[in-house]
Design a protein around this ligand. Structure first.
Ligand code: 1GP
Length: 243
């Protein structure tokens, strides 16, 4: 459990930043260029995946050949499994109403994880509606939850033995996960909380960290090559030195 243990070790001292790359929106050349950039800015891992089905091998291979940071698959289905990654978030979308997202695709993908020797990292994934429905909310037919139900999902993830909980507003969401939800989850569980979706600047990232996020994920700001991703990573690093 090399990748997971390294991340948990780092988390004992600091907050982390993960960069999300969606293979559907990137050519291998562009992915490689952006991966080198986020690595130079200090990102702690690169996640590879998106909401719609696509093959991930070419982009994953290009990133693997370009950087040394851990590559963690963030699959939307069994098709999101690539032999070129280091690890895979073996995740269940806990508030999906579709069997495929709860366990079906995971069962299909499990033999591939074994065959490719990928490190599985158990993760409970919860999609939170913060306004207009996002792609993941529509595709996975998400059940909208109260704060109490979100906390209960996070607790269930912990009791299943999962290593992380991911509170997701959806890629490109206009609003990120509300701070009070992050705080309620953080105060109720012992496993680290990942927060992503709609985090488009350093001030929002700091707010989420102050609310209790352990790991900040950004995707859209990287794809659009906004210089803001450097500022966001910098804010996460500075937060580390204050805590
Ligand atoms: C999506 O949380 C991630 O899974 C990233 O979202 O693209 O809005 O940064 P953004």
């Amino acid at each position: 459990m090399k990748v997971k243990n390294e991340l948990l070790k780092k988390l004992r001292k600091e907050k982390l930043h993960f960069s999300l790359f969606d293979p559907e929106k990137l050519t291998p050349e562009k992915a490689s260029k952006l991966a080198k950039k986020v690595e130079s800015y200090g990102t702690d891992a690169i996640m590879i995946g998106g909401s719609t089905t696509t093959t991930v091998d070419e982009v994953t291979k290009a990133i693997k050949e370009s950087v040394d940071v851990p590559l963690i698959l963030f699959p939307n289905s069994a098709q999101g499994v690539s032999k070129y990654a280091d690890a895979i978030f073996f995740m269940s979308l806990l508030n999906s109403t579709k069997y495929a997202y709860l366990a079906g695709e995971q069962i299909k993908g499990a033999p591939l994880v074994k065959e490719y020797g990928l490190e599985p990292i158990g993760m409970g994934y919860v999609v939170i509606n913060t306004g207009a429905p996002t792609a993941v909310e529509k595709v996975a037919k998400i059940k909208r939850l109260t704060t109490k139900e979100i906390v209960n999902c996070a607790l269930a993830a912990q009791y299943f033995g999962m290593s992380f909980v991911y509170l997701e507003a959806g890629s490109g969401a206009r609003k990120s996960v509300p701070n009070e939800i992050i705080t309620s989850v953080k105060n109720s569980i012992k496993i680290p909380t990942i927060v992503g979706g709609g985090i488009n600047g350093p001030l929002t990232a700091i707010e989420k960290l102050e609310a209790g996020a352990d790991i900040i994920v950004t995707g859209t700001v990287i794809e659009r090559a906004y210089p803001k991703v450097a500022e966001i990573i910098d804010a996460v690093k500075k937060f580390k030195s204050q805590s």
